[in-house]
Design a protein around this ligand. Structure first.
Ligand code: HEC
Ligand SMILES: [Cu+2]
Length: 351
């Protein structure tokens, strides 16, 4: 094949690829559309290294093409061309250039690694959040405010969020592509620290980035960045006394069968996700999208329907998860499930 023919064939591919890649920039999800300083720094490094690679590629390929065309054997040419091996000047040049390039990359990388690794956990202006990963959900505790939540990590915009991350079981990895990442939650009991900041309000999608079991792909979470004012209101609402279930029979079932693992307000246990204010969350179990959600990329269903779906068969929604089946294992009736779903759907926080 003639070289220009190959180029002609490859061009549409490259054009198509760049179109495809430019469409990857969902603001709530993409490394290519950073929404905070940490992700911006990381994208800066990506851009720097890719630019250097492209320049090197263009020069090397350019020289190679030029030499191929200019110095190829002409008809009738029989002698061996002049050899340049051991050329002192050339050897120095092509040793020095890569060294300089690596040095530029190294300086920028080390600088960013230290900036991203900065420990803000002692900073008075930072909001501290302890992140615990579980198969297959995320728990967020705010030690300074004495509150715990799950699935949605609510943060104020423009503030440093100092994270301390650990796991309750296996290795997981905390990743919010448009804000920061990734950082592992270690199984040896050590705590990893990281920080992030959201420059604007919005809901940013987080993922578990370490294969951790059957429902790894469903182990999502959301970072909900709100104004500082809203954040303070959210904290107050989380701490306010919660309403209990009116029907005494359902209230009793909820208390004995659900609060053994889950907490609502100051009642219940820490085994499952804290359900306080679950009616205001973006999802049920991080994967069933609520149509009432504020930052929904997909339409989803009303939260009550999602709760009924979850409570009818949790294994169908998230295979391998650790919640018992309310009907088969806990003996709930459809009516009780409906009443509990109704109660949870209406457990809303105003902020
Ligand atoms: C043995 C402990 C246990 C019991 C008992 C239990 N759950 Fe769960 N529940 C869990 C765990 C663990 C999860 C997290 C599953 C996941 O996402 O991987 C969960 C998830 C949930 C969720 C989704 C939470 C969220 O943050 O979106 C709801 C709602 C829920 N449970 C309601 C109930 C109700 C109602 C009952 C009582 C009928 C109940 N659970 C009983 C352990 C339990
Ligand atoms: Cu995981």
């Amino acid at each position: 094949m003639k070289p220009w023919k190959a180029v002609k064939r490859l061009l549409p591919l490259f054009a198509g690829l760049s179109l495809l890649l430019s469409a990857c920039g969902r603001e709530d999800l993409s490394v290519l559309r950073p929404q905070g300083p940490v992700a911006e720094g990381q994208l800066g490094l990506i851009k720097l290294s890719i630019s250097i690679m492209i320049v090197v590629m263009l020069i090397v390929f350019g020289i190679a093409a030029y030499v191929l065309v200019k110095y190829r054997r002409k008809p009738g040419q029989t002698e061996v061309p002049k050899q340049v091996e051991g050329n002192f000047k050339l050897e120095i040049i092509w040793t020095a250039i890569p060294l300089v390039l690596v040095l530029i990359l190294a300086v920028a990388t080390v600088q960013k690694v230290f900036a991203i690794g900065e420990d803000y956990s002692k900073d008075k202006n930072a909001v501290k959040i302890k992140v615990t990963s579980h198969q297959f959900w995320w728990e967020f505790t705010y030690p300074d405010y004495g509150i715990t939540t799950a699935q949605d990590m609510v943060i104020p915009t423009g503030k440093k969020i100092a994270l301390e991350l650990k796991t309750a079981d296996v290795l997981h990895s905390f990743w919010v592509p448009s804000l920061a990442g990734k950082i592992d939650t270690n199984t040896d009991g050590t705590i990893n620290k990281a920080w992030l900041e959201a420059s604007r309000e919005g809901v940013f999608l987080g993922k578990c980035a370490e294969l951790c079991g059957k429902s790894h792909a469903f182990m999502e979470f959301r970072v909900k960045a709100v104004s500082e004012d809203s954040f303070n209101k959210w904290v107050d609402a989380m701490k306010a006394p919660v309403q209990t279930i009116a029907d005494p029979e359902v209230a009793e079932v909820f208390k004995t069968q659900c609060l053994s693992c889950h907490a609502v307000g100051d009642q219940g246990g820490p085994v499952g996700p804290n359900l306080t204010g679950i009616g205001s969350r973006e999802t049920v179990a991080s994967i069933l999208h609520n149509s009432e959600a504020s930052g929904k990329p997909v339409d989803g269903k009303p939260i009550k329907d999602n709760l009924v779906e979850w409570l009818t068969d949790p294994q169908k929604v998230k295979p391998g998860n650790k919640m018992p089946n309310p009907k088969e294992d806990l003996g709930l009736t459809d009516d009780q499930i409906d009443a509990i779903a109704d109660y949870l759907a209406n457990s809303k926080l105003s902020y």
